[in-house]
Design a protein around this ligand. Sequence first.
Ligand code: SF4
Ligand code: SF4
Length: 207
Amino acid sequence: MKTMTGLEHSASSVQVGIPAAILKPKKVRRRLDMTLWEKLYVAEIVRGLVVTSKHFFINMIGFIFPPAGKKRKVFTVYYPEEKLTLPPAYRGRPVLVADAAGEAKCVACGLCEKMCPAHAISIVAAEKAPGERYPERYTLDLGRCVYCGYCEEVCPKEAIVMSDEYQGLAQRDRSRLVFEKEQLLRPEGKVKARLTYVRRIYSKWNY
Ligand code: SF4
Ligand code: SF4
């Protein structure tokens, strides 16, 4: 059987009515055609520096002499002196919810540990009384966590939630990102906004 060459393919394409302009596109100007001046990018670098410097000085002047009684024109947040109030949809560091007695609401069912795609959670379960489990040890490796929120979603006791905490998560030593139960416990009032939010979204999704 005779095979078709590329040219023959083109010819048969013409026969089925593909416009000639598509088969023979206009000459495209390649980047290699740039002049030496264009290749040096001097003008672009200077333009970029002007924009960066302009923003730097406007921000600095606005910080040193904030306009009294007026809303600032510059929208940069002067972190860490200023901090944004984050919306409840924000997924920061997962934390354990404490009950009124300050104990973890977690019943050590192990669902979050199983569900976690990053294997960031490890739990050692124990029993307070027959059939009453609690996490003797609950370890969360935030160096592995991908902040997906699956642990929060799967927990039947609302015992783990994504908080609005983001500080202290940049460390040189990864071992400092491993948190134990005692470091993860937060009173329910502190994560109330997030709990209200997740109840609303999960009920909307008909979980
Ligand atoms: S947020 Fe995701 S990755 Fe992080 S501990 Fe929970 S399930 Fe694991
Ligand atoms: S899913 Fe909830 S109750 Fe179960 S082990 Fe995890 S935090 Fe505890």
